[in-house]
Ligand binder design. Structure first.
Ligand code: 6PG
Length: 256
């Protein structure tokens, strides 16, 4: 499988290096994502005996989740030591077709028979501000008052440069204290629940999964620092003391 690793330096103030890996197609992207998941899980389990991951929503990660539920990952990963969180959620019930939780449950959690005790979904069915506050409590309780530091966060990229539910021009971009927020997205006329930059950028390993020609422009704008790149929310993702990897298929990387 061809992949090109181009170590890249982000600009100040958050000087952090990141890697870019380009895969031939969406199938190879899912395979590379599964390998990254397995590697991050192995590192976390050997260091701390537990692996805490925030899953991405949208459609791109579905192929990755399905891949993880198959051999060799199905047996190679200690699924009983993994605790599942989400990077964001739509404000809908868990059975709703737009629920990020439902997508992950169908593609990964159910096939692997992950018990509910290891699954911490954002409650999209609740009043948004209450759901965000209670998710913040879930995260703080998980870390027993120590700094919240997830092991892996998977992220997607929207055509407008959003990631998780951090959309351009929305209030949660400015949230510096909270770890989870309710974010109204005018262009969608929807409320969303999302981890904030504070929570995401504290993560040990952040991996973007980007697929398709419609992501070529925002990917190039961010990764090549083209005019206005810092207006795209995904450009402010930079692991403070961890690592950042962009996984793109060739269609999404076609303007790099
Ligand atoms: C969501 C996601 C969102 C997603 C991007 C890309 O809830 O929709 O969290 O940030 O990752 O919009 O979505 P696709 O993978 O469907 O292109």
């Amino acid at each position: 499988m061809r992949a090109s690793h181009l170590p890249t330096q982000l600009p100040d103030p958050a000087p952090t290096s990141f890697e870019i890996s380009v895969l031939p197609n969406a199938k190879a992207l899912a395979e590379a994502g599964a390998r990254e998941f397995a590697r991050a899980a192995g590192d976390a389990l050997s260091d701390r005996g537990v692996f805490r991951v925030a899953l991405a929503g949208g459609s791109t990660p579905r192929a990755l989740y399905r891949r993880l539920a198959q051999a060799p990952y199905r047996r190679a990963i200690r699924w009983d030591r993994i605790r599942f969180f989400w990077g964001d959620e739509r404000c809908v019930p868990p059975e709703h077709e737009r629920s990020n939780y439902r997508m992950a449950r169908e593609a990964l959690l159910q096939p692997l028979r992950i018990p509910a005790s290891q699954v911490f979904r954002m409650k999209g069915e609740r009043q948004p501000a209450q759901a965000a506050r209670s998710y913040e409590e879930v995260l703080r309780r998980e870390f027993r008052g120590r700094p919240v530091k997830l092991d892996l966060v998977l992220l997607g990229l929207g055509g407008d440069g959003h990631t998780a539910s951090l959309f351009p021009g929305t209030a949660s971009l400015a949230e510096e204290r909270r770890l989870a927020a309710a974010n109204f997205v005018p262009k969608l006329s929807q409320w969303r629940l999302t981890l904030t930059y504070r929570a995401i950028n504290a993560t040990r390993r952040i991996v973007f999964l980007v697929s398709g020609a419609e992501k070529a422009a925002p990917s190039a704008k961010i990764l090549k620092k083209q005019r206005g790149w810092q207006d795209l929310p995904a450009s402010n993702i930079a692991s403070r003391r961890g690592t950042l990897l962009w996984l793109l298929d060739e269609a999404a990387a076609s303007k790099l």
